[in-house]
Structures are given as structure tokens and as C-alpha cells.
Design a protein. Structure first.
Length: 445
């Protein structure tokens, strides 16, 4: 009987690879509440979940009885583990809020015939070793230009060092194998700084500029394993700063970097890479940039959100794409740009009025939404407020944006659902405000 083997559609993982050597199972061991080798004797459905009855062949951790039950979803599409009657497993599980042991497709459980690494680790523990490990991979992000396919290649022979970060003298070195993998075993309990020595021309890619060091910890009384991975590249980078027209710090901005073709046009079907400038000093950093030409923009689709009143603009601070400065990145070049000086904010405009019921009675506590009319470009932007006791509202917008305003009423009151009524959408032109808007909530859709 095989239950739960539908193709994974909604589940975000595909399960542990089967028959693959070198899987590190130590973290799974210490995080699990029950670890054992067992035979799946019977599979049934109970309370909408799959229940697997195991006979225990070897209890390893957290198992005292000769039989055990593990629950999982009935479908791999909802991350259920595809247990099969008559199969032997090296199983891991944790208890849910109901006290039952559970396992899922994202978990470390594997068929016993594929549990070589699991058995090796348990053998180490049974021999009296601590089982402490720090491990990881080192790889290279390769893409010479935007016309080339991006690839990640494992780097062999990279020297990796762990060194105590608490003043102790423990230090150890090793090199990555042909699969870019490194491992340190039987490490004293401590926190460690992990470093990798890259050859000239390779630089490490970090997800944050403030991530200068890698740290891993081996805890004496808790989880005894940790991992740190490294990714390096020979590609270029672009960094710079957004300032106001006066050179001072500006409100935080999101920047979009677009690759250009040989004719200077934005490549079709290429979405620009987006980066927020730093909140403190408005520095931005695109850390993996293949060689080529680029267009740098703020609010390229002229959307009211999240730029909060700033128009479309291009580097180094112009309103027209034709007047922008094209950025050229050579192979492996790390550019520092001149400041991107933002254009002045758009002129504010106000929209106010009243929300009325079908009989023209003012409606208090109605929700009024200011919506960008061009949702195909700007997504589901909206700004909301509730009406006062007189049914009145006032919302702020900016010049050059096309808006719609709509109101609705109805919500839950002391657990009782009140029917929701909507007004028609009120269209607002590109310029100017409107202080006399009437929104009548008389429709159920």
C-alpha cells in the first residue's frame, strides 16, 4: 500500500535525495525527538492524516517501545512523506502540538538502503565520539555576460579554516574535495570563525555588506553540528549612494538595474534587479553584475508605491531615459558610481469627500481606498483610511499618478459577519485634486 505519492505541487521541497553519498545528518539527529530503524508494517488513514505503524528493529534515540506510530500528510503535494508498507526506514521524527510523532517530505527520513551516512554518524556516537561537526560547500557563481547562462560550480582545493572566536587557541584547516565540500569533525564546544581562502580574481558574495565573517557554533549540551557555505564570483559589482538634489541624505529609495542589449535597449523579458538603498546612509550595492551595459533607475514604472511621491528618474538624476548615463561594467570590474541625485518630490494633491449609504445617509467607519489605476505596472498599491462620524475622508496623492477611489463598509462585529457593501470606483485625472467626492456604498460587489 502506497499512500501520498502525488506529485509535489504546493510543497516547497522535493524531499531528501535518495542514494546520494555525503549527506550530513548530524543536525537532523540532534533536532529529532525519535530516531530509529524500523519496518513500516501498516499504513492507515486517521483524522485525515496518514498513520504509519512501525516495528522497531533498532531504537537509536528517544524510542523505548517495540512499536511506534508516525503521522504525515496523505499527499506529497502537502509535504507528506511517501511511506510504503513493507519498506525499512532510517526514520527521524518530532512531536506536533497534539503530542503525536510527525514526519514530512522536507524531513531527513530515508530508506534504510540509502542510509549510509546516517548509519556512519550513529556508529561514531556509539563509539563514544561527540559527533560535533562543522561543514559546508564552496562554489563559484559564473556568468560572463547576461547573454550567457548562469551556473554554480563547486570549487575543489579551497582552504577553509575554523578558529575559536572566544579567545581559545583551537584552530584547524582543511581543503574542499572534488565536490567543493569540507568538514571538520570532533570539534571542542565553542563558537568559531570560518574563513575560506580564494585565489586571486575570486571574491566572496555576501548577502549583506555587514556580513564580514562567517560564524559557526558547536554547543556542548545542544545541537552539535553547524554549517557555513561560501559562494565566490569573478563577476563585477556596482555600488553607489542616493542623495537629495542638495547632496544631503534623501528618503530611502529602491533602485532597479536593467541590462541593455547591443543597441542600448532594455533586454526583452528581463526584469531589472532591485535593491533597496541602506536606511542609514542610502548606500546601494549590486554585488553580482555580469559584464555588460546597464540602465539604473528609481521608480521605472512611475508607481506611487513604494517611492512615496518621487517620479521616474534615471542615473545620475534625470527624468528622461535618453538623458541617462549608461553604466558599463567590464569583466570582474567593481564600480563605484557618482552619487545618484534624486529629483524633487512630486506636488501633493488631496482627495476628500463623503461616503453615503443608498439613502444618502453619511456612513461612519467606512474604509476608503486610494488605488493606482494602472495595476498592470504597479501591482496592488492602495492607501486607506476610515471615515469619521460624519462619513468624511481625506487622502493624499501626487501629481502625474492616475488614481481610483473606492469605499466599502461591513465587517465583523462581536463575531457576527456584517454584509459588505461597495461604492463604484471614482476615477481621478492625472493632475489636480478633488474635494467634493461622493461615494455611495450600495452594491454587494
Amino acid at each position: 500500500m502506497l499512500v501520498g505519492t502525488q506529485t509535489a505541487g504546493a510543497c516547497t521541497c522535493s524531499g531528501r535525495p535518495q542514494g546520494v553519498k555525503g549527506i550530513q545528518t548530524c543536525s537532523a539527529y540532534w533536532y529529532s525527538e525519535a530516531v530509529f530503524i524500523g519496518l513500516a508494517e501498516k499504513i492507515t488513514i486517521e483524522d485525515g492524516r496518514m498513520k504509519v505503524n512501525f516495528s522497531i528493529e533498532k531504537p537509536i534515540s528517544g524510542v523505548a517501545d517495540k512499536t511506534i506510530e508516525i503521522f504525515t500528510s496523505t499527499s506529497t503535494a502537502s509535504c507528506g512523506y511517501p511511506f510504503k508498507e513493507g519498506e525499512r526506514y532510517f526514520a527521524y521524527s518530532r512531536r506536533g502540538q497534539d503530542g503525536r510523532l510527525r514526519e514530512g517530505l522536507c524531513g531527513p527520513t530515508t530508506l534504510l538502503k540509502n542510509a549510509e551516512d546516517d548509519l556512519e554518524y550513529v556508529k561514531e556516537l556509539e563509539s563514544g565520539k561527540s559527533g560535533s561537526r562543522i561543514f559546508g560547500t564552496v562554489s563559484e557563481d559564473k556568468q560572463r555576460s547576461y547573454n550567457d547562462k548562469r551556473a554554480f560550480e563547486k570549487l575543489a582545493g579551497i582552504e577553509v579554516t575554523i578558529k575559536s572566536s572566544t579567545g581559545k587557541k583551537y584552530k584547524s584547516k582543511t581543503k574542499t574535495d572534488e565536490n567543493g565540500f569540507y568538514i571538520f569533525k570532533e570539534i571542542p564546544p565553542d563558537g568559531y570563525r570560518v574563513t575560506a581562502e580564494f585565489p586571486e580574481g575570486l571574491r566572496e558574495i555576501v548577502t549583506r555588506e555587514d556580513l564580514i565573517y562567517h560564524y559557526a557554533g558547536v554547543n556542548k549540551d545542544g545541537v552539535r553540528c553547524d554549517s557555513e557555505n561560501f559562494v565566490a564570483t569573478r563577476q563585477g559589482s556596482i555600488r553607489g549612494k542616493v542623495t537629495g538634489s542638495d547632496g544631503q541624505i534623501s528618503p530611502q529609495q529602491k533602485l532597479s538595474l536593467f541590462p541593455l542589449d547591443e543597441n542600448g535597449n532594455v533586454m526583452p523579458y528581463r526584469e531589472g534587479e532591485e535593491k533597496w538603498a541602506d536606511k542609514v546612509n542610502n548606500e546601494f550595492f549590486f554585488n553580482v553584475v555580469p559584464a555588460g551595459k546597464y540602465l539604473l533607475s528609481i521608480n521605472p514604472n512611475n508607481c506611487p508605491y513604494p517611492t512615496d511621491g518621487f517620479p521616474t528618474m534615471y542615473f545620475p538624476g534625470v527624468a528622461s531615459k535618453s538623458n541617462s548615463k549608461i553604466i558599463t561594467v567590464n569583466d570582474g570590474e567593481n564600480l563605484r558610481l557618482e552619487d545618484f541625485r534624486i529629483l524633487p518630490m512630486l506636488k501633493e494633491r488631496w482627495f476628500s469627500g463623503v461616503v453615503l449609504s443608498a439613502d444618502k445617509t453619511p456612513v461612519a467607519d467606512a474604509t476608503v481606498s486610494l488605488i493606482d489605476a494602472d495595476r498592470s505596472q504597479c501591482g496592488n498599491f492602495h492607501s486607506e483610511m476610515t471615515t469619521d462620524e460624519s462619513g468624511r475622508f481625506r487622502l493624499k496623492g501626487y501629481e502625474s499618478y492616475r488614481y481610483q477611489i473606492r469605499a466599502y463598509t461591513g465587517t465583523k462585529n462581536q463575531g457576527r459577519q456584517i454584509p459588505r457593501f461597495y461604492s463604484k470606483s471614482f476615477a481621478i485625472p492625472l493632475n489636480g485634486g478633488n474635494e467634493t467626492i461622493e461615494l455611495i456604498v450600495d452594491s454587494t460587489y
